[in-house]
Write a protein that binds this ligand. Structure first.
Ligand code: HEM
Ligand code: HEM
Length: 468
């Protein structure tokens, strides 16, 4: 049965996930140090302003998409009980995708940027993005349409939402008038541009950091724990309400800006409502564990998934509260926001993706994981690194917000902006330490995966030679 399923794309994207993942984390550590030690800005090509978008795009679209592609190529044919629709297209798309990411890294180093966050790539690269996304969509939707079972498991709905959501948002936000090969002007202006940008920006959170990861969570979590999902009905109700509500929340990035007040209020209301579907998934995860919580001790993978969904739960309480006007006025523009971001990206997103590879790689290489001990070491390193990162940024963020608001009796500002920067250095140093620990965890993960692949490949070679 397993032989029906083409494992080439899963294997290939595993390599790109590891390469782009380690690179983007390294860029993350470097930019975190550059904020404290400006001497590390080695010329314009390696300046903070150019490296930051490489880190963010590399994390989301290099590491993240590679992981999402690999795991989708694994789970969608199995859920559809149908072979991959067009395996040759998947092969071609792998190279197209990697070429696009490499082009993104090079052009961002050279300083070509639209300056819109998460949409910095210039128009020729945008076209490549659209192409690889359409090819991925054709393969996934084609496989789902040819499915041989009647049930649509919730992960398939999340994959479809990811495909459609990213396609619509990416195209609309990137509409631009080219002025030359690497310079374009957005089709929108002023407040409209900001509004479309954050409609896209927040839905990058929804359709890259959330829906595909929920697809992965709902597929792999029952598998690794060997427990049936608590409620498929609850997962479907949560799915439809989540995708409906996310699309209205973009303007919560623009509280206290010239964007119309009513639009900000709509975004705040939908952000608060989002707690329900988000927690629908969290509770479904917890209840799936039922009376089997001893697996947190005995099953290293349960630990990854439960901590992952817990960080998602915390993230989806923190996010809505940040959208409230009074809280936004304290934390917006401060380090609180990177603290929020990295609880989600390092805690939920990276943890869930990496854990799924511990399940998939031994399966497709028909071997055992090289070392469970190393997987546990990986867990504690990324967990500790992420906690240090987020907590240091939350403290720094509240301190910065409070310092900017503090006034003397005569109404003048108590602190200069520079005072708040000087006070932040210690927290930025601590963040870098957290980042280095997280990167060390990711290196342990990569090593464990490579050794497992090597072990599986050697065993199959011996088997083949034995057969000859
Ligand atoms: C070694 C671990 C990491 C380190 C040291 C790190 C460091 C940083 C730093 C210094 C920033 C800039 C913050 C600022 O603007 O002041 C940043 C932003 C960002 N990083 Fe990371 N990062 C790490 C892991 C990740 C991962 C795994 C992802 C995603 C998969 C990610 C996604 C992002 C995003 C989306 C932003 C933009 C946040 C914002 O605009 O508020 N990071 N990171
Ligand atoms: C109920 C769900 C969520 C809500 C309502 C929410 C709300 C928010 C708000 C209000 C901000 C803006 C903070 C500011 O700049 O003042 C923000 C930023 C952000 N959130 Fe969340 N959040 C949610 C879940 C998540 C999740 C699951 C992730 C996954 C990683 C995430 C990643 C981000 C990122 C990357 C940004 C920074 C964007 C930027 O400024 O560059 N959020 N979120």
């Amino acid at each position: 049965m397993e032989e029906r399923y083409d494992s080439w794309p899963v294997k290939a994207y595993t390599y790109s996930m590891i390469i782009w993942g380690l690179a983007s984390l390294l860029y993350g550590v470097v930019i975190s140090l550059q904020l404290v030690y400006p001497g590390l800005n080695f010329g314009e090509w390696f300046s903070y302003g150019r490296l930051r978008p490489i880190h963010t795009n590399g994390g989301a679209f290099g590491f993240g998409l590679s992981g999402i592609f690999a795991l989708s190529y694994y789970m969608v044919p199995r859920l559809a009980k149908a072979p991959l629709f067009l395996p040759k297209l998947a092969k071609f798309n792998f190279w197209l995708y990697n070429l696009t990411i490499a082009a993104a890294v090079i052009t961002l180093h050279l300083g070509f940027s639209t300056t819109k966050e998460y949409a910095e790539l210039e128009w020729p690269i945008d076209i490549l993005v659209v192409l690889f996304w359409v090819f991925f969509a054709v393969n996934m939707l084609g496989t789902i349409l040819t499915k041989t079972v009647s049930k649509m498991y919730v992960s398939l709905w999340y994959v479809i939402a990811t495909i459609l959501g990213v396609a619509v948002l990416y195209i609309f936000n990137n509409l631009a008038v080219p002025a030359s090969l690497f310079k374009s002007y957005s089709l929108y202006a002023g407040v409209n541009d900001a509004n479309v940008q954050w409609w896209y920006g927040h839905n990058a959170v929804a359709f890259v950091f959330t829906t595909p990861i929920l697809a992965i969570f709902f597929y792999f979590f029952p598998k690794v724990t060997n427990l049936p999902l608590f409620s498929h009905r609850l997962s479907i109700v949560a799915f439809w309400s989540l995708v409906f509500m996310y699309l209205w929340t973009g303007a919560h990035h623009l509280i206290w800006t010239p964007v119309p007040d009513w639009l900000q209020t709509v975004a705040i209301a939908f952000s608060l409502m989002l707690i329900a579907p988000s927690w629908g998934s969290v509770i479904n995860g917890y209840l799936t564990m039922g009376n089997n919580w001893e697996q947190m001790k005995t099953n290293y993978l349960a630990k990854f998934f439960i901590l992952g969904i817990t960080f998602y739960g915390l993230q989806t309480l923190q996010g809505p509260s940040q959208a409230i006007r009074s809280i936004s006025s304290l934390i917006h523009y401060t380090d609180w926001v990177p603290g929020h971001v990295h609880m989600g990206t390092m805690g939920w997103f990276a943890m869930t993706i990496m854990a799924s590879f511990y399940y998939v790689i031994p399966k497709i290489y028909k071997t055992d994981l090289y070392s469970v001990k190393l997987a546990n070491t990986h867990f504690w390193l990324v967990f500790t690194g992420q906690i240090i990162y987020s907590i240091s940024m939350w403290i720094a963020g509240i301190m910065q917000g409070a310092m900017w608001k503090a006034t003397n009796a005569d109404g003048s500002l108590k602190y200069t902006f520079q005072d708040s920067i000087t006070a932040s250095y210690i927290y930025w140093d601590i963040r870098s330490i957290g980042g280095i620990i997280f990167l060390a965890g990711a290196i342990v993960f990569a090593y464990n995966i490579f050794k497992t692949i090597q072990q599986g490949s050697q065993a199959s070679k011996v088997k083949t030679e034995g057969a000859v």
